[in-house]
Design a protein around this ligand. Structure first.
Ligand code: NIG
Ligand code: FE
Length: 417
């Protein structure tokens, strides 16, 4: 048995205090700074966190008597939990550069979609691309996330909108390397270009969802509840079926218009409600008191030039708030975590500790991974980042990624060259 001991860490920001409050009402002290800290890891899992001076043979023997010790020293270094990027549409082919120009010229996202652009244009390009090519394209994007310190990465399907193609996308995700990938099925992302709405909806319920469970392709499902896309009547059936099959639920709700997807998702104990730009003020306390995480995607709001969600009111009401890039070729063509963090602070008035929590433990909650991810804590996976600038330099300057190394499950996965 080999124990890994990460020692003499100048500043160890463990974020342990966040878990105590389940990611709500976050304050600076919840970032739980340990100066001159140490972490002991056994088979990729954290067994002990504390002051380096307390990391002695007694502690080590209690974890694994007679174990060999492999020590890694981080003198003068700053360490924090790896980021959790919990809402992306990273698997697709083609690009939407022309559409971007049209939007600059004044066409709305909805108008472009109505004319066959938008999601459907990415669907066309994705369907024409082989699984191997899709994996290669996505791996490059995954590497870009890893180099910014992402240790856990959610990726949704949703750019094929047919049984074979959606399965192909979910299978391709299994070949990716680097961060832990959490796959989400998003078959109801746009209407099928091949068949009437009801036919595709029935196919999803009767065939695709059971297939996904049987072949273990995803443990969670998402849906785009929106005018001209999917309505709450179908969403209710979709959530019921998903629950029966033991799948976790998340939902794109109230992004462009209000369709009461949020209360429905909460009724079904969704892990997160995502976007929520148009949610009602009266729903703020309902969301805050629920176990559902509010997933805010300010880069998409920025690109679509729409208002930002009411982050401050949600936070002040005690909601658990997470943030993510929503990376996709249309509404949010960026993978930049520094931009998302900056918008959260500048445009949504989130404090620095709230922003850090939103990109770590709270994002882990949104993925149902809060017992394994999002803070440097006993029994969690040993995922951390070594910074080459102060913690406070994060989320201020777009493109500033002070990530020198990324360690996942106790192994070095990325080193800045
Ligand atoms: O989260 N709103 C639905 N899905 C994506 C956009 C996808 C696209 O434009 O290709 C989103 O914003
Ligand atoms: Fe999205």
């Amino acid at each position: 048995m080999v124990l890994k001991c990460f020692r003499k860490i100048h500043e160890l920001w463990s974020f342990q205090g966040l878990a105590v409050k389940s990611g709500r009402n976050v304050k600076e002290e919840d970032l739980s700074l340990i100066t001159d800290g140490a972490i002991i890891c056994k088979e990729g899992v954290i067994e002990w966190v504390g002051k380096d001076s307390d990391c002695n043979s007694k502690v080590i023997n209690e974890i694994a008597p007679g174990a060999q010790l492999e020590e890694v020293f981080f003198k003068d270094k700053i360490i924090m939990p790896a980021f959790v990027e919990a809402h992306t549409h990273s698997i697709f082919a083609g690009d939407r550069t022309q559409e971007f120009e049209l939007r600059i010229q004044g066409k709305s996202y909805q108008e472009i979609a109505d004319q066959g652009g938008g999601i459907l244009s990415t669907v066309k390009a994705t369907r024409e691309t082989s699984k191997k090519k899709l994996t290669d394209l996505t791996q490059e994007r995954v590497n870009r996330f890893l180099s910014q310190g992402v240790g856990t990465l959610e990726i949704k399907s949703g750019y094929s909108l047919d049984e074979k193609g959606e399965v192909k996308l979910l299978q391709a995700l299994k070949d990716l390397k680097g961060p832990e990938i959490i796959a989400t099925y998003l078959g109801p992302h746009a209407l099928s270009p091949d068949m009437p709405k009801h036919e595709y909806q029935n196919l999803i319920l009767q065939k695709i969802l059971p297939h996904i469970v049987h072949h273990k392709l995803a443990k969670r499902v998402d849906i785009f509840i929106e005018k001209n896309y999917y309505d709450i009547e179908f969403a209710r059936n979709y959530f019921s079926k998903a629950k029966d099959l033991g799948l976790d639920i998340v939902a794109h709700v109230e992004q462009l218009s209000y369709s009461a997807g949020l209360p429905l998702a909460i009724e079904f104990n969704a892990k997160s409600v995502d976007h929520i730009v148009k949610m009602k003020d009266s729903e703020i306390p309902i969301l805050a008191q629920s176990e559902t995480t509010a997933m805010l995607l300010p880069a998409a709001d920025f690109y679509l030039n729409i208002p930002y969600p009411k982050a401050r009111q949600l936070l002040d009401c005690g909601a658990r708030v997470a943030i993510a890039t929503d990376f996709n070729p249309g509404s949010s063509p960026t993978q930049d975590l520094s931009f998302v963090g900056l918008l959260s602070r500048l445009a949504m008035k989130m404090t620095f500790p709230e922003t850090l929590a939103a990109y770590s433990l709270n994002a882990a909650f949104a993925l149902g991974q809060e017992s394994r991810k999002g803070s440097i804590d006993i029994k969690k996976q040993c995922d951390f980042i070594v910074l080459d600038d102060n913690l406070s330099s994060l989320f201020m300057s777009v493109g500033h990624h002070p990530v020198a190394e990324v360690w996942l499950a106790g192994e070095l996965k990325y080193k800045k060259s």
